[in-house]
Design a protein around this ligand. Structure first.
Ligand code: SF4
Length: 216
């Protein structure tokens, strides 16, 4: 009989937890590439609660990439100011929208390299946008995801994402992996429990997590 390996077991526990606990955000399972791309840009170094607070207003005012491209930095800035660095971010977002409209007919490229090359996008946003839009198994790793994977498998907090990336490269090819559900669950689990000071007693991974096991 085939046994479940540690990667499958990790994915299963994380995803099962997510089924009952996943946070509800308007950009999750959204099918609009424009909205997902702009949301991922807004989420960079910004809390999801802050982005959530301005999300409806932003897309009510700029429902399409064309509407955004016709706006001004001050119009964008007036909506995103609670996120901070609003002037710089507004200019970058407007520049990106204009470029997408003028050079790519307003279509977000669904190729990581092509998307990442656009000014203001970058590797993480490109990878997350394509994964969360299409379900393609791309490498999506931020500080939250890194912390959970690193602690669970190595029992440590590394300064870089190297070991977590190696683990993710083994997880992504797994059969039957619902990659969006897996990543969303991982992000939420990290947000709820695996913070800088982790709350392991409440975490569903506590009995098999190297970090929790080694500290006792
Ligand atoms: S058991 Fe603790 S260290 Fe391990 S993933 Fe959960 S919160 Fe993080």
């Amino acid at each position: 009989m085939r046994t479940t390996n540690k990667y499958e077991s990790f994915v299963s526990n994380v995803t099962k937890w997510g089924i009952d606990h996943l946070g509800v955000f308007p950009w999750r399972f959204c099918e609009d590439s424009y909205k997902i791309l702009i949301t991922e840009i807004l989420l960079v170094r910004t809390s999801r609660d802050k982005v959530n607070a301005i999300w409806q207003d932003f897309f009510a005012r700029f429902p399409t990439i064309s509407a955004l491209a016709k706006s001004t930095p001050s119009e964008i800035s007036s909506i995103i100011h609670p996120l901070g660095l609003q002037r710089i971010r507004a200019s970058q977002i407007l520049e990106l929208a204009i470029r997408l409209v003028e050079e790519l007919d307003g279509i977000v490229p669904l190729n990581i390299d092509a998307l990442a090359r656009l000014k203001g996008v970058g590797q993480y946003v490109a990878s997350a946008t394509i994964c969360f839009l299409t379900g393609e198994k791309t490498l999506v790793i931020d500080s939250n995801i890194n912390r959970v994977i690193d602690r669970f498998f190595s029992g440590e907090d590394h300064d870089n994402y190297k070991s977590s990336m190696t683990i993710l490269e083994r997880i992504l090819p797994l059969d039957n992996l619902d990659v969006r559900m897996f990543y969303f669950s991982l992000i939420d689990l990290g947000y709820e429990y695996c913070r800088r000071v982790p709350d392991c007693e409440k975490c569903v991974l506590r009995t098999s997590c190297s970090y929790n096991i080694h500290r006792h």
